[in-house]
Design a protein around this ligand. Structure first.
Ligand code: NAP
Length: 250
């Protein structure tokens, strides 16, 4: 059986580790190619876009892929739409692997918002010191709120058009103690984050809970109703699909 994993997440890496041990599965990982020095997976890697859903469908056909796994980040909307369309067109199963979102506890002061523009608006009129922990791709909406100071954390270098900011280049995991120190040292008033659900970046949520800081929580674009949450569950599903004779065609 030949399996394509669309990755870029720790769940995808977890699944790759399981697939690498299987003799009955030939698995391939695909990255978008945005991170300059990604952690190499233990299965063969291809990198870069396919050229939309059409390009992905052609790739699936050319590489005789039997099952495609969408293990991309819950906020990576386009590639997930493409994966669904291409799998449908090729008549092959799609497995969706995604962590469950974080859920609020009593001590949390979350402000739920649907997107980044709403997150920028939720920071309010008064100048605040904001920890922007959203990666580097969606910083532009915060240019509309230049009254704030932004501490921006990103794996890759970033040069935003925001008057008052500082960039920290760092790759997770980040533990709660270190996050608490960072928030205190930088005198942060409020955090902006996406509800990725990832353990590796949960430290800031715990730290905010302990310090009583508000968190602007950007909700996921999809409710992930068809997703499995764990690499082991994804492997089970792949094996179940592999046991069935699959019709094929584009
Ligand atoms: P996106 O908007 O959904 O995707 C934009 C385009 O990038 C896609 O149409 C596709 O190009 C290409 N692409 C995305 N993921 C790919 C993959 N795994 N393999 C090959 N091509 C891929 O995605 P994004 O939000 O920019 O995220 C890019 C990647 O970073 C994703 O793989 C995601 O898992 C990872 N990531 C995203 C976030 C986030 O917050 N969005 C956070 C952490 C990691 P073509 O149409 O040309 O095929």
């Amino acid at each position: 059986m030949r399996v394509l994993v669309l990755g870029g997440t720790s769940e995808a890496s977890g699944l790759a580790a399981l697939l690498a041990k299987r003799r009955d599965i030939e698995a391939f990982m695909s990255f978008a190619g945005r991170t300059k020095a990604p952690v190499a997976p233990p299965i063969p890697l291809r990198s870069g876009g396919f050229g939309g859903a059409d390009g992905l469908a052609l790739y699936l056909q050319a590489e005789r892929i039997d099952v495609v796994v969408d293990a991309t980040h819950p906020f990576a909307e386009q590639i997930s739409r493409n994966a669904e369309a291409a799998a449908q067109r090729c008549d092959i199963p799609l497995v969706i692997l995604s962590r469950p979102p974080w859920t609020r506890e009593a001590a949390d002061r979350w402000i739920d918002v649907p997107d980044m523009a709403s997150a920028a608006a939720a920071l309010g009129r008064e100048s605040r010191r904001v920890f922007l922990a959203i990666g580097r791709l969606q910083i532009a909406p915060f240019e509309a709120a230049p009254q704030h100071f932004y501490l921006i954390r990103s794996i890759e270098p970033v040069a935003p058009s925001i008057p008052r900011h500082r960039v920290i280049e760092a790759r997770g995991p980040f533990d709660a103690e270190a996050e608490e120190r960072l928030l205190c040292d930088e005198m942060i008033d409020i955090i902006v984050t996406k509800n990725s659900g990832a353990d590796a970046v949960f430290g800031k949520i715990l730290a905010a809970r302990r310090l009583g800081l508000p968190v602007v929580m950007v909700e996921r674009p999809s409710n992930g109703a068809n997703a499995v949450h764990d690499p082991t569950e994804a492997l089970d599903l792949i094996l179940r699909h592999g046991a069935r004779p699959a019709p094929r065609g584009v």
